[in-house]
Design a binder for this molecule. Structure first.
Ligand SMILES: NC(=O)c1ccc[n+]([C@@H]2O[C@H](COP(=O)([O-])OP(=O)(O)OC[C@H]3O[C@@H](n4cnc5c(N)ncnc54)[C@H](OP(=O)(O)O)[C@@H]3O)[C@@H](O)[C@H]2O)c1
Length: 333
């Protein structure tokens, strides 16, 4: 058999094996926790995927807490979804602030009668500039003779470091801190506690113009993968969701574009053209449905859409092909 045929066989068989092993052992969670009894906290529920998650859980009559900074958007959802949900509350907070995370935890527990079954960490921000452009690295600059070599330094290294700090705070440190605050309640008050983290395919493979974002999602994946193994024996399940592109306004939160990271919906961010096509993007609704299914089935890994399983396999079998595909998508060929 040729190497190509073996590679093809592996590429087809492995996603099926991944799927088979992705689900944790034990009874389906929906039998342990009926929909109407489930107590869910959604972090990053004011827009995009998070607001669709809020809708699904409310329509399943769950007890829901919605968390984000833009309180007016959360309140709109509360008003709209209150007739369907068993109970629904909004809690305003910035997850990068330790004092807010403590308050979010206590207020969520109060709203849910002291019990929580599902924590979904969906808050996230992105970066969209090539790293060299952000840091002010001009490779085309003509060499000039200076004795101190300062002409060879980047012009904006602080800008790159600041963007990285901001994105790591939201996408990695905040999820870690939220997990730490909610774990005692998930362990002690739920029959089958779940932490679901919305990562990204950017946490699995690299992509040009997304270097800092990829770093933050890789960090979150590593942490939650390991945490899942540590807490499994306490009955708490950790699931990591890696969607491909989803049609939301995430790009407008880019830390490296002007007026990024808006703290108020009244602050308007002008639409920007950024690298990377949204062609074939999933809807936020479809993504949220996949996340809820993954939580119900207690899957360790949810990769969406399904064909991205192939890129996980190709990453091992043919990394250069994956790099070629990523470069093509972001216009780097
Ligand atoms: N869109 C995609 O193509 C895509 C693909 C893969 C993965 N994802 C991931 O999916 C998640 C949701 O993104 P989305 O696409 O739905 O974008 P989105 O509409 O911009 O949603 C981001 C959410 O995060 C919240 N958030 C951001 N910073 C926060 C902070 N400091 N404190 C509290 N909440 C904060 C935002 O609320 P406030 O601004 O009101 O605080 C908002 O509710 C992210 O983790 C993202 O990385 C998205």
């Amino acid at each position: 058999m040729s190497t190509a045929a073996i590679a093809l066989g592996v590429a087809i068989a492995t996603p099926l094996l991944i799927k088979a092993f992705a689900r944790s052992k034990g009874p389906a969670r929906t039998t342990t926790i009926p929909h109407a009894d489930e107590r869910v906290v959604i972090i990053g529920a004011s827009s995009g995927i998070g607001s669709e998650l809020a809708r699904i859980y409310a329509e399943r009559h769950a007890h829901v807490v919605l968390v984000a900074r833009r309180m007016e958007l959360l309140q709109q959802s509360v008003q709209e979804l209150a007739p369907a949900a068993s109970s629904i509350h909004a809690v305003q907070g910035d997850v990068t602030l330790p004092e807010d995370v403590r308050r979010i935890t206590l207020e969520s527990l109060k709203a849910l009668g002291g019990k929580v079954d599902t924590l979904i960490i969906c808050a996230g921000i992105i970066s969209v500039l090539p790293f060299a452009e952000l840091a002010g690295i001009d490779s085309a600059k003509p060499a000039v003779s200076e004795s101190d070599y300062s002409h060879l330094l980047p012009t904006d290294p602080d800008k790159a470091l600041e963007a990285s700090t901001r994105i790591m705070n939201v996408n990695y440190h905040a999820p870690l801190n939220l997990a730490s605050h909610f774990l005692p309640a998930l362990t002690q008050t739920s029959a089958a506690g779940n932490i679901i983290v919305v990562s990204s395919m950017a946490g699995k493979v690299g992509a040009p113009t997304r270097s800092i974002y990829c770093a933050s999602k890789h960090a979150a994946q590593g942490f939650f993968d390991a945490l899942g193994m540590e807490v499994e024996r306490t009955g708490v399940h950790v699931g990591i969701v890696s969607p491909g592109t989803v049609a939301t306004d995430l790009r407008q939160s880019a830390v490296d574009l002007p007026k990024a990271d808006a703290t108020s919906s009244t602050e308007t961010v002008p639409p920007m053209k950024v690298a990377g096509t949204k062609k074939g993007a999933m809807t936020a609704k479809a993504c949220a449905e996949g996340i809820v299914r993954g939580s119900d089935l207690r899957q360790h890994e949810v990769i969406m859409p399904w064909f991205y399983h192939v890129s996980i396999v190709l990453q091992i079998v043919s990394p250069s092909l994956v790099r070629w595909l990523a470069k093509k998508k972001y216009g780097y060929l």
